[in-house]
Design a protein around this ligand. Structure first.
Ligand SMILES: C[S@@+](CC[C@H](N)C(=O)[O-])C[C@H]1O[C@@H](n2cnc3c(N)ncnc32)[C@H](O)[C@@H]1O
Ligand code: SF4
Length: 382
């Protein structure tokens, strides 16, 4: 394993939203006052980023992802200040992918043109649904008209953009899902993420489970409908929830799934870097925005650091690469971990005996059956 050859990304977390959605367990908090925290937070991010420079080991960043939360609340001039700092402190690939997540309830044309002009070249919008009734049930701050307006603005300013859509929503029928698919396809984005609604612990939905969540067999049909409709429309189903037009896979997320390295800054953000001696280090930052800012300004944003033991690496590696429908080449294991194929042979033999991985194994990939029971395959390597 040569750490110098492992691609490097940067994740930046913005922890605020206009309102907290009842299904969401991301580290996101409602902005309670009219005070704009952009300036103070960007100061904190810059301190945090400086801490990470040594981990880059002179590698070029291949992607930057500004996620949240709702980072489309950041004032463009503050985001520009931060991007300039990144470019001055780190090497950045000339074709770097820079994504910003946006909520359709926070979109205006001037802001989006400004984001494009400061170097953001990919937008990811949380549409969730085009059905006003379902949007209400999801507690979203926007309606379908706002979604259409936001898509129009995205089309005008960004040639590369993603829409997030959720399915298996309370009371949703297969017919209603067809409508969502038609609307999503008509938006002509380069990428779509279709997520099955999950009831995450510690969310409002987990405490008060909404009525009429579709039955598992309907959800299965819904997943089939999503995949077949999007493939017919020219999208490649390349990851569990990810669909891309040819050549438009999300480079940032692909790097996670190929067990690449990533620096991180922002409240609760996690990084994973491989040191020159092959040690894999994970760091997690303070979660609460106020606590994060306080610590970051004193150059101590990291709350936990741990070395990923050799025994944990098989599971971590499989957890990521098997999410890709095409899987990953066998060589990637020794390129990205301290393991050899022999170390994980018992797990592979077990998965093959259950028909979950193919025999012979030319890549790390699941069979169709393994794809349907992905978490079972991944757990074999625990
Ligand atoms: C951090 S959000 C990004 C965008 C922005 N915050 C918004 O919601 O508009 C990432 C995406 O994860 C998905 N998501 C969040 N919670 C989910 C859940 N419980 N089940 C399924 N998908 C979820 C949503 O599609 C959401 O857009
Ligand atoms: S806007 Fe996005 S990040 Fe914020 S609470 Fe809703 S789903 Fe979560």
């Amino acid at each position: 394993m040569r750490s110098a050859d492992i691609p490097l990304s940067l994740y930046v977390h913005w922890p605020w939203c206009v309102r907290k959605c009842p299904y969401c367990d991301f580290n996101s908090h409602a902005l309670t006052s009219s005070y704009d925290p952009s300036h103070q937070y960007i100061d904190a991010l810059i301190h945090d980023l400086k801490h990470s420079i040594a981990y880059a080991q002179n590698r070029e960043l291949i992607s930057i992802f500004i996620g949240g939360g709702t980072p489309s609340l950041i004032a463009p001039q503050e985001l520009e200040r931060f991007l300039e700092t990144i470019f001055s402190l780190l090497k950045v690939a000339s074709d770097v992918e820079i994504t910003l997540e946006a909520n359709p309830g926070t979109v205006d044309t001037a802001h989006f043109k400004a984001y494009r002009s400061i170097g953001i070249n990919r937008l990811s919008m949380g549409i969730q649904s085009f059905n006003d009734e379902l949007l209400k049930r999801l507690g979203r701050i926007h309606n379908s008209e706002d979604a259409h307006k936001a898509i129009k603005i995205a089309q005008e300013s960004f040639e590369n953009f993603n829409l997030d859509v959720m399915f298996a929503l309370p009371g949703q029928t297969l017919e209603e899902l067809k409508f969502e698919l038609n609307e999503a396809i008509a938006a002509q984005s380069t990428h779509l993420s279709f997520y099955q609604l999950t009831l995450e612990p510690n969310t409002v939905f987990a405490k008060h489970i909404p009525d009429k969540i579709p039955d598992p067999d309907v959800i299965y049909q819904m997943q089939d409908l999503v995949t077949s409709s999007l493939e017919t429309a020219g999208f490649e189903h390349y990851e569990v929830s990810g669909y891309a037009k040819p050549g438009k896979r999300c480079r940032h997320n692909l790097n996670y799934w190929q067990f690449g390295d990533y620096l991180a800054c922002g409240a609760g953000a996690h990084s994973k870097v491989t040191l020159k001696d092959g040690t894999i280090v994970r760091e997690a930052r303070f979660m609460q925005p106020e606590s994060y800012i306080k610590h970051a300004i004193k150059d101590s944003a990291v709350a936990h650091e741990r070395v990923v033991a050799k025994e944990e690496q098989a599971f971590e590696f499989m957890l990521n690469v098997l999410r890709l429908r095409e899987g990953a080449p066998l060589d990637l294991l020794s390129e990205r971990t301290a393991l050899s194929l022999d170390d994980i042979q018992p797990g592979i033999a077990k998965a093959q005996s259950l028909g979950l991985m193919p025999q012979p194994l030319n890549r790390f990939v699941t069979t169709d059956k393994g794809w349907d029971f992905l978490s079972d395959v991944q757990e074999i390597f625990l």
